[in-house]
Design a protein around this ligand. Structure first.
Ligand code: 5GP
Ligand code: MG
Length: 173
């Protein structure tokens, strides 16, 4: 079975990211806002390595297909978001693909009037972006394959894998 990014590689990269983020925020408190469910492992690992006063919140993105909304339109359920007004917010998502999810999430967070907003993605698919958006922090760039593990799912399976793998390689093995 083909592991794309190993548990050890993820761990090493998390330590690097945590050092950079802590250096950038210079001891200022930060609210980590994860987009559910894929960012769960990313948030949990990063926050434990981050030498900053931190708070944790989550947002849920869901695609509605009602008669009154555009098919596939993204709605953000913000019920799990703590008060972020005038606070430094670091938005975290599992993967930047077309960029639609993150773009919508950024808009929603801006409405909450944070003091600052930065974006961190675990993975970024090369050559797939349709929305101009430059994440402040990125774990790994990957080719255009469907990946699972470390929070990322296929039909809600495989999230628990401690590494990241291409789905095709899991099915073939
Ligand atoms: P975007 O809105 O950037 O096109 O897509 C982002 C969302 O699509 C991610 O949060 C994730 O839920 C899903 N996604 C995109 N590519 C992959 C992938 O390779 N594997 C998994 N598991 N989800 C993906
Ligand atoms: Mg997702």
């Amino acid at each position: 079975m083909q592991v794309l990014i190993s548990q050890a590689q993820i761990g090493e990269r998390m330590r690097e990211l945590a050092r950079r983020i802590a250096g950038d925020y210079q001891g200022q408190p930060v609210t980590l806002l994860g987009i559910l469910t894929g960012s769960l492992m990313f948030v949990a690992d990063l926050v434990r390595l981050l030498d900053l006063p931190s708070r944790i919140g989550f947002m849920q993105a869901s695609s509605y297909r009602g008669a009154t909304t555009t098919p596939g339109k993204l709605e953000l359920l913000a019920g799990l978001v703590p008060d972020v007004r005038d606070r430094h917010v670091l938005l975290l998502d599992d993967i930047l693909d077309t960029g639609r999810t993150l773009n919508r999430a950024i808009e929603a967070v801006r409405e909450l009037e944070p003091r600052s907003l930065r974006v961190s993605v675990l993975l970024r698919k090369v050559g797939r972006q349709e929305v101009a958006l430059e994440p402040d922090y990125c774990g790994f760039e990957i080719p255009n394959v469907f990946v699972v593990g470390y929070g990322l799912d296929y039909n809600d399976e495989y999230r628990q894998l401690p590494y990241i793998a291409a789905l095709d390689s899991l099915r073939d093995s």
